[in-house]
Design a protein around this ligand. Structure first.
Ligand code: AMP
Length: 208
C-alpha cells in the first residue's frame, strides 16, 4: 500500500514552471489549477494530491505537516527562516536575484541608511555581514515606490529582467542572493514516507 503524498505549490510562476516537471515524472492534476477554484486537487496518481496556496504559506504547511512536501522560492524560505524543513533539491526554476537597488539619481541623505523591503530577514543578515547599520522598513509590495517618495534611500527586492527597477528610476547595485525554487520536505514525512519521497526526489533530479 502506498502512503498518500501531499504536495504544496503556489499559483503563478512557480506553479507554471512546476507543472511541466510534474508531468515529466508522471504526475498530472485532474483539473487545470489555474482555472479550478479548488484548493486541493487530485492527480492521475490516486495517492498524490496537490494543494494550491500562497507562496509564503508553503513552508508553514510543510513544516507543520499539512503537506508532506512543497515547492517554494528561496526568497520565501530565507524569510521563513526555519531549521524544521529539509531542503533536498534545487529545482532551478523561477530564477531571479534578490538585489539592493537605489535611485539612478542619488539623493543626498543624512543619518542612517533606510532600506525598504519585504525581505527583512535576508536584508538584515546582508547588512550585518557588511558591518553596516541600517534602518529596515517592512513593506508588503511596490517597494520601488519607497525611494521615489522619500520613504527609504534604497530597496531590497527581487529582480528578474530589471525592467521594473528601470521604469521607476532605480538601478541595482548589489546581488544579495541568487534565488530559485526548492523542494522542501517535512521532517516526519521524510522518515514515515521515506520510500515515496526518495522516489519523488530521484525522479525530479532526472528531469531538472
Ligand atoms: P523584473 O521587472 O523582470 O526585474 O521583475 C521584477 C518584479 O517581478 C518584482 O516586482 C519582483 O518582485 C517580481 N519577481 C521577479 N522574479 C520573481 C520570482 N522568481 N518570484 C517572485 N517574484 C518575482
Amino acid at each position: 500500500m502506498l502512503n498518500s503524498l501531499t504536495i504544496a505549490i503556489s499559483k503563478g510562476r512557480i506553479l507554471d514552471e512546476t507543472l511541466p516537471l510534474l508531468e515529466k515524472i508522471g504526475i498530472v492534476p485532474d483539473e487545470d489549477p489555474d482555472k479550478s477554484r479548488k484548493l486541493i486537487l487530485g492527480t492521475n496518481q490516486s495517492n498524490v494530491k496537490l494543494i494550491i496556496i500562497r507562496a509564503t504559506d508553503v513552508p508553514t504547511y510543510v513544516e507543520y505537516g499539512g503537506a508532506d512536501v512543497g515547492i517554494a522560492g528561496k526568497d520565501v524560505l530565507l524569510e521563513h527562516d526555519s531549521s524544521e524543513l529539509y531542503e533536498p533539491l534545487d529545482l532551478g526554476i523561477a530564477k531571479c536575484r534578490l538585489m539592493l537597488a537605489e535611485p539612478v539619481q542619488k539623493k543626498s541623505g543624512n543619518g542612517r541608511l533606510r532600506i525598504a523591503t519585504k525581505y527583512t530577514t535576508a536584508a538584515r543578515q546582508y547588512f550585518t555581514n557588511q558591518g553596516v547599520q541600517v534602518e529596515i522598513i517592512k513593506l508588503y509590495g511596490s517597494m520601488e515606490l519607497a525611494p521615489v517618495l522619500g520613504l527609504a534611500d534604497k530597496i531590497v527586492d527581487l529582480v528578474d529582467t530589471g525592467n521594473t527597477l528601470k521604469a521607476n528610476g532605480l538601478k541595482a547595485t548589489e546581488t544579495i542572493y541568487h534565488i530559485s525554487s526548492r523542494l522542501v520536505v517535512n521532517k516526519a514525512a521524510m522518515k514515515l514516507k521515506r520510500e515515496q519521497i526518495k522516489k519523488l526526489i530521484t525522479a525530479l533530479e532526472k528531469v531538472i
